[in-house]
Design a protein around this ligand. Structure first.
Ligand SMILES: [Fe+2]
Ligand SMILES: [Fe+2]
Length: 433
């Protein structure tokens, strides 16, 4: 097994890397906290790769470490993560530490491991995972097994069953079916990412964490529903989206930030809808702090039942018909408004009427399917949301610019011709451009 030296001081990120590098690339990892410790061990073991932070706290790490390596004539690939100075001789760099695909790919390529050999990596029928990682999990996504004293595998937790930690005390290793291993590792990773605090992350990493948290919440709401855990995650998520709106008072800056980060469509869509809708409510004559809270709530939850970016891009009957979905996925897209409304209906103290607006956000009263026109009896808030969502679609379609405000609102005016909609578009025009 190739031994990798990891220089990182955040214990949760350490755990994430150890687990992912082991599972995807088969690497064993030795961890040190900083430059001093790294310089002491770098020539003591046959490392095949060094992964290090560009900077830890205020101290540059990668550049001085590369100088130590040069002085000791150590020639090992160095992979640098995070913002800071990069040495001239590196195998690769990655600005955001939570781009795990990038970390796995970078480590693999430094070691000459191909994607094919990762796929073909020999795995036992039951995949071992150190028991300590399960302290982050409340409801495992797949069955968890333990090896009995006689050496037989026994299931100790079923999928989605509350994980009672007292049952795993004394076990150092737990197991999952080899076919479940990537799912399980991804779940543990998502849980760890969800517990990282913004202050520990650079702006790139905050977006990556936001994407991961939204995906995790969506999966949990659909599997375990509303409980203390999912409510906590939802609050954190809503705070983060609304916080970004405050932090980036100009739409252009917010877009720039997400573009440079390659955040996925569904995340960007949710963030930009929140931005546009909040912007309208803040400037409309009936806007109040309660209405702002309500529109942010609706924006956050409306597409929560969707599973991926491809599904999120569908917004008409025709697009759904021509999409290459199997029947299950087609049903997910068709019913996503209804499912999200049901979830929100159970959410304690949800703003009044938000479930109804979510159910009707594609123009169908029952939340199933897509309609080309919106009924006359819509509430003012529903109209704001529908306009915000369509405007978001136009923005994302043109996200590389150039932005021509008049063209964009002209498109909106052609879609929504009634005067109630036109009034909102007038307002949007005044405040955006
Ligand atoms: Fe949407
Ligand atoms: Fe939707």
């Amino acid at each position: 097994m190739s031994l990798t030296l990891l220089v990182e001081n955040n214990p949760k990120i350490v755990e994430i890397y150890q687990l992912n590098l082991k599972t995807y690339v088969g690497l064993d990892v030795l961890v040190v906290k900083g430059l001093k410790e790294a310089s002491l061990v770098v020539d003591k073991q046959p490392f095949a790769l060094i992964i290090c932070r560009a900077k830890i706290g205020n101290d540059e790490v990668a550049v001085p470490l590369s100088e130590v390596m040069a002085s000791k004539q150590i020639n090992i690939p160095l992979f640098v993560i995070g913002h800071g100075l990069y040495p001239s001789l590196v195998h690769g760099v990655l600005p955001g530490s939570l781009d795990l695909k990038g970390v796995v790919k970078g480590a693999a390529s430094a070691l000459g491991v191909t994607a094919q050999s990762m796929v073909n990596m020999k795995v036992e029928d039951y995949f071992p995972i150190p028991a300590e990682h399960f302290k982050w999990i409340n409801y495992p996504i797949c069955p968890i097994l333990r090896k009995s004293d006689k050496g037989e595998m026994e299931v100790i937790f079923k999928a989605n069953e509350m994980l009672d930690r007292s049952k795993i005390q004394g076990s150092s290793l737990l197991f999952v079916d080899k076919l479940d291993r990537l799912q399980m590792v991804n779940q543990i990773t998502a849980e760890l990412v969800g517990r990282l605090e913004d202050k520990d992350l650079n702006p790139d990493e905050q977006i990556q964490a936001g994407v991961s948290n939204l995906e995790m919440l969506s999966k949990k709401l659909l599997s375990i529903g509303i409980n203390e855990e999912t409510i906590g995650l939802a609050k954190k998520g809503m705070d983060s989206f609304a916080g970004n709106v405050k932090r980036y008072p100009k739409l252009g800056n917010l877009l720039q930030r997400m573009l440079s980060n390659k955040a996925g469509y569904l995340y960007r869509h949710t963030q930009i809808v929140t931005y546009v809708a909040l912007h309208i409510v803040r400037n409309i004559d009936w806007g109040t702090p309660e209405q702002e809270e309500k529109i942010a709530f609706i924006s956050f939850f409306h597409d929560i039942a969707l599973e991926n970016d491809t599904q999120a891009k569908i917004c008409s009957k025709e697009e759904l018909r021509s999409a290459q979905f199997d029947p299950r996925e087609k049903a997910v897209v068709e019913k996503h408004a209804q499912v999200a409304a049901e979830i929100v209906h159970k959410y304690p103290h949800a703003p009044m009427g938000s479930d109804q607006i979510i159910r009707q956000h594609h123009g169908m009263l029952n939340g199933v399917g897509f309609s080309d026109h919106f009924g006359a009896n819509l509430s003012p808030m529903a109209i704001v949301f529908i306009v915000a969502e369509e405007f978001t679609r136009i923005i994302i379609a043109k996200e590389n610019g150039p932005f021509n405000g008049r063209d964009m609102t002209r498109e909106l005016r052609q879609t929504f011709t009634t005067s109630r909609f036109q009034k909102i578009i007038d307002l949007l025009e005044q405040i955006t451009f």
